[in-house]
Design a protein around this ligand. Sequence first.
Ligand code: LLP
Length: 415
Amino acid sequence: MDNYFTVQTNFFGENTAAGLVERFGSPLYVYNEAILRKRCREMAGLISYPNFKANYSIKANSNLEILKIARQEGLMADAMSPGEIHVLLAAGFRPEEIFYISNNVSEEEMRFAIDRGICVSIDSLSQLKQYGRLNPGGKVAVRFNPGVGAGHHEKVVTAGKKTKFGINLDLVSEVKRILREYNLKLVGVNQHIGSLFMEGSAYVESVKSILSTAEQFESLEFVDLGGGFGIPYHKQEGQARLDLKELDQKLTPLITQWTQKYGKNVLIKIEPGRYIVAECGVLLGTVHAVKQNYGITYVGTDLGFNVLARPVMYDSHHDIEVYKKDPSKKANEFMEVTVVGNICESGDIVARGRLLPAVEEGDILGIMDAGAYGYSMSSNYNNRLRPAEVLVREDGSVAVIRRRDTLEDLMRNFV
Ligand code: LLP
């Protein structure tokens, strides 16, 4: 367990974790540009069918600099809100490179995308009618629910019989009726079955399903298969990666056959979020207390669930590395600890019963694979300041890409 991940990937370049914290403060999100670019390229080339594009789903991490890099790597983007559209436009994405996957949105939000010429995906009949009223004669996409889902936790399974998402497959004729009523042109169909699969079979099944639904519409320009590609969060235990090559070998023949039948080389898209950014991010925090409460050793840090919500929200596992305050003091002993934050809730736990090299006050902890749904789900709960984000560039230099909140930021919206 010798800092496996960051050593193997030369994550911090010439810098040390402690040095970064000293320079930029704690807690701190650190991103590695080389890893980010590598993951972007893997997704951009996932499917060898030639008319293929990966849309980065920016809810995973919408830092402006990260968006600019994803764009340089040739990715297009998905947005979930006007706020995400706003940041994408600021990052240089053109409206035609953005896909707004809406869910239960107001007329104003829908109009926000329509006014900017951004394609909107609709996921209920009532919202399709709303779209028709707002933009009669326009182009639109529809999100279907293929009836199968997948994901690491029930909260992130986004298709199947128990979710709010998508239009049921048995409503195709209703969809067609509404399209006719408002003279809409259906240019795309999309789906997203859920987040984090490590084995592609449910995804492949869902692709078969969306393709057979797509067949029932004549004017399609694209079919969007969704995201959810998992990353190995248990690297310290040697967890294998998702086999991307195998996925391509299964998907490309399906798609090629389908496009031949459809009679048009329709654009095929995917919507990866986590896969693009999870592994390029490490969250650093500082140990402020070590104590025993009734037999449990607690490592008290500044990594509250305001900084990283995933463990509390989904019981998610993140590998943890320890960087000793005094690097000559290599920890030979291991101890079983519960790593907690500084928020006033007993559920504020980063990792429970974890075997870590002996930790003491002043040591730095690195929470691995924290680049996806880390900062983007952080908050000011307990009036804590959201951390800074820095980027270790390919040339080894370090740039602040978002400053830490200040106390003034907490007062900004009061009238
Ligand atoms: N497309 C749609 C329509 C989505 O709802 C999502 C994620 C994605 C694409 C990207 O999924 P990904 O490739 O990142 O798995 N906060 C949770 C994950 C929530 C995912 C929500 N939807 C977590 O931290 O695990």
